[in-house]
Design a protein around this ligand. Structure first.
Ligand code: ZN
Length: 333
């Protein structure tokens, strides 16, 4: 099984990665000094009402004697934004070269795994922050839940432009090959049985809508009816919006209707379902509408106005649900 050519190539690649250890990354100079506007946006977003960040009088009376920036904003000050982070061809920054090298070998996925910050002093309005960063370590190839990859650890010093060290950070990311993680490892052998599909998420039931799901367990499609004025309504609700009555019972629908509208869901994918997943807004001949899966119909044949009939998704005995198929496609069943 040992492929010496492959092993040699891997060793060569790892040596190239390790050569980046100890290299200094280009400094990032904060585009703006520490300022009240950015602090205000930050604390608004975080919901932090401490007046030491925004109220000059309260800040003056505090132990700090003046407005301070939240310590955890440290990384935000020199952040370069989307365009600043764009890697251009010919970029000589070692970090860019390292990430490009990893990507040429297929390690295109990225996730930040660790961030440890140390604050040496609070920052004040007018401080201008710059960084001094070193690629600390590039790991051997690791197998992780996300995929096979390399951890890249960077040590960052935060300094004022006068050279005063105000904070430090250890920052680790994982560059990985997408599709080589936990789920993927089990998938390729065709002979293996697929993992059992998890059940569909359960609906939230209340005493207003429980009848609908209990009816479905018996293959009965029920519609709520106001016993005062006779109006039908769906989704279920406690009170009639025609006459205001709280009294209701149910009728059993014929199960016939038309596709009033539909969508075909591709993403996001939930393991309990098959995709693409066509979902219809079905108008029943009784007049109410409900949302349900469309089955037994090629997606390209689904059309607004298409006559449909109810059928039952009963693979999961604990949760039987109505679905709709083209009218007459059930073979008289
Ligand atoms: Zn009514």
């Amino acid at each position: 099984m040992t492929d010496t050519t492959n092993d040699a190539a891997k060793a060569e690649f790892l040596a190239q990665l390790k050569a980046f250890e100890g290299q200094e990354i280009d400094a990032q100079v904060a585009p703006d000094p520490v300022n009240q506007a950015m602090i205000r946006h930050w604390v608004e977003a975080m919901g932090d009402r401490n007046p030491v960040y925004t109220d000059p009088e309260a800040a003056a009376a505090s132990a700090h004697g003046e407005i301070i920036a939240p310590a955890v904003m440290l990384q935000a000050w020199p952040m370069q934004g989307l365009h600043g982070n764009k890697r251009e061809a010919g970029d000589t920054n070692p970090q860019t070269q390292l990430l490009n090298l990893l990507e040429t070998e297929g390690f295109v996925g990225v996730v930040a795994t660790n961030s440890e910050q140390e604050y040496l002093r609070m920052l004040h309005l007018g401080d201008r922050i710059t960084t001094r960063s070193v690629i600390h370590e590039v790991s051997d190839e690791k197998r992780t839940g996300l995929g096979i990859g390399h951890f890249v650890t960077t040590r960052i010093d935060y300094l004022t432009t006068d050279g005063e060290l105000v904070g430090q950070q250890l920052w680790r990311l994982l560059k990985f090959r997408p599709g080589t993680g936990k789920g993927a490892a089990a998938a390729p052998p065709a002979a293996e049985a697929p993992a059992p599909k998890p059940p569909r998420p359960r609906p939230g039931t209340t005493h207003d809508n429980l009848f609908f799901f209990e009816g479905a367990q018996e293959h009965r499609l029920l519609i709520q009816r106001c016993t005062a004025c006779g109006a039908l309504r769906h989704p279920p609700q406690p009170r009639c919006d025609k006459c205001g009555s709280y009294d209701w019972d149910t009728i059993e629908a014929s199960g016939r209707g038309v596709v009033y509208s539909f969508v075909v869901n591709h993403y996001p994918q939930v393991p309990a379902f098959d995709y693409p997943l066509p979902i219809g807004l079905i108008e029943l001949e009784e007049g109410t509408r409900l949302v349900a899966q469309i089955v037994d119909c090629p997606i390209e044949s689904i059309a607004v106005g298409m006559p449909v009939e109810v059928t039952w998704l009963d693979d999961d005995p604990d949760q039987i649900l109505p679905a709709f198929r083209p009218a007459g496609s059930g073979g008289g069943a």
